[in-house]
Design a protein. Sequence first.
Length: 126
Amino acid sequence: MRLSKSAQYALLSVIELARSPEPVTVAQIAAREHLPEGALAKVFQALVRARIVQGTRGVHGGYRLCRPPSELSVLAVVELFDAPQPVPSASADSAPSRSRLEQLLAEVDELTRSTLASVTLETLTR
């Protein structure tokens, strides 16, 4: 499975937030992870809209997770940026080998999604 840069940036960011007891700024995460701050700011806008993180303004401001790391799956973050791609279904006149291949790809996709759903941020911070 290949993740978009946005999904990768989001995962790196929420892992940083899960590790920190204090709010963390976009600039701090960008510096720690060597990520472009502008792109990371856009990722955080999406994370806030999805209620995965919340921001606090001010001198001691930054971002925090909205839920405990044990309640947030990797899949929830990934799907925010990389929507599931439907596996095309075989038509009635498709060759049997094409149908079997599509079935295999659908099974692989389902296994990947269930694995990502079973891994929480808490797991990644241990």
